[in-house]
Design a protein around this ligand. Structure first.
Ligand code: C2E
Ligand code: SIN
Ligand code: SIN
Ligand code: SIN
Ligand code: FE
Ligand code: FE
Length: 367
């Protein structure tokens, strides 16, 4: 398992355990620091009334530090409402070297990413300092933006006095995004798959509670992909047999990672991760089980995931026209897919297409 994978799972466990909002934020900024491989990462919150930034979380600094709201690199991210990498701080007018001088620390590079609320207002800034090896890249920005996105929900939820349980569900949902970022699929993929999952479960006759459980767990179906080497996962063309054998392990890896969790959502995710590539006719993987031996969660995810993979661009293929997708589902009824679920799929095709159009991908691959 690679480092990023281990990290994300360590942090999922930590976030699950935290009951206090300050601690959750602390864990999030530690995760951000480790994911972007920086020496420090600080979550600064903006106080509009006083026009200051303040933080409880400052690696190597004492608690509750305050900084002015309109100077320095963090305010640059706030004022411009944009992410920045400052490659050469000592030659950048926004950088204030006073703190370095006072503490003896040497800042080599900085990355700042705004944390926005739902009205797109900046409520804080993530600031990562000193990439451990080399300099920050656009990939680091991408990771930090993801962390920033769900931190914002947590901060907002705290302000709305939402239950911490509720916010943890959000965190787990967002963790799925991180896996998708690594596999270069957009965040919309997991939103769509979750919506398709809801339609299938509801019409299959699962209770509202069980349906929502599967919906919440669905973003983790490909979580095992974070352990697959990038050169295989992002290969533009067709995979060799050996490479595909490596990819197939994403199912067992996902299951292994999640199966010991005591939480219902993660337990459900582990079943989904394990069984979403099994086929009704027994020719799927990893175990080659057939029919109703495959858990209903796995049978549902098979349809939701393949439908979305086919209608989307991937690094290895272009999106299929809808007619071709429909004929594949007809052919695979009772082969790849549970025939009852395929009937539901065709009954509800309009709903599926509505979701597809609602969550359009923001970018596509060049082919
Ligand atoms: P994925 O891209 O999320 O695709 C999920 C599933 O959608 C696939 O599972 C497959 O059942 C279906 N699917 C996707 N594209 C096609 C297609 O062009 N034709 C057909 N008939 N079905 C398609 P599968 O095959 O077990 O693949 C699992 C994962 O392995 C894929 O997830 C993807 O990450 C990777 N993968 C599969 N084939 C290739 C490839 O040729 N090149 C690369 N780079 N990755 C591949
Ligand atoms: C990392 O490995 O630290 C980042 C994850 C990636 O880019 O694959
Ligand atoms: C930015 O770089 O912060 C603006 C673009 C975005 O958030 O997607
Ligand atoms: C920026 O927007 O300032 C950095 C580039 C990016 O967001 O990807
Ligand atoms: Fe998969
Ligand atoms: Fe997927």
């Amino acid at each position: 398992m690679d480092k990023a994978t281990k990290l994300i799972f360590e942090y999922i466990t930590k976030i699950e355990k935290e009951k206090n909002i300050d601690n959750v934020l602390q864990v999030l900024s530690e995760m951000a620091r480790d994911l972007v491989e920086s020496d420090r990462c600080t979550l600064w919150l903006y106080n509009e009334e006083k026009n200051i930034f303040w933080t409880k979380i400052a690696h190597g600094l004492q608690k509750d530090v305050e900084l002015p709201g309109d100077t320095g690199t963090i305010s640059l991210a706030r004022v411009e409402n944009k992410a920045f990498i400052i490659h050469d701080p000592y030659n950048n007018p926004h950088f204030n070297p006073d703190v370095d001088e006072a503490t003896g620390y040497k800042t080599k590079n900085i990355m700042v990413v705004p944390i926005r609320n739902i009205h797109n207002e900046v409520i804080g800034v993530y600031q990562a300092v000193n990439k451990l090896l080399g300099d920050f890249t656009v990939y680091d920005i991408k990771f930090l933006k993801l962390v920033s996105g769900y931190s914002s929900e947590i901060i907002e939820s705290a302000l709305l006095y939402k239950e911490i349980e509720e916010t943890q569900k959000e965190v787990i949902f967002r963790m799925g995004d991180i896996a998708e970022a690594k596999s270069k699929e957009t965040g919309n993929h997991i939103k769509r798959v979750a919506e398709y999952t809801r339609i299938l479960c509801k019409n299959y006759g699962l209770s509202i509670n069980e349906t929502e459980l599967v919906v919440m767990a669905s973003p983790m179906h490909d979580i095992g992909k974070i352990a697959i080497p990038d050169d295989i996962l992002h290969k533009p063309g067709k995979l060799t047999t050996d490479e595909f054998d490596v990819i197939k392990t994403h199912t067992t890896i996902g299951w292994e990672l999640l199966k010991f969790s005591k939480r219902k959502i993660l337990k459900t995710s582990s079943i989904i991760a394990y069984e979403h590539h099994e086929k009704w006719n027994g020719r799927g993987y990893p175990r080659g089980i057939a029919g109703t031996d495959i858990h209903i969660y796995g049978r549902v995810l098979a349809i939701a995931d393949v439908f979305d993979a086919l209608i989307s661009d991937r690094c290895y293929k272009k999106a299929w026209p809808i007619e071709k997708v429909i004929s594949l589902f007809k052919e695979e009824k009772g082969q790849h897919f549970d025939p009852d679920l395929v009937d539901i799929f065709f009954d509800r095709l309009d709903d599926f297409l509505e979701i597809k159009n609602k969550y359009l991908d923001e970018f596509t691959y060049a082919h």
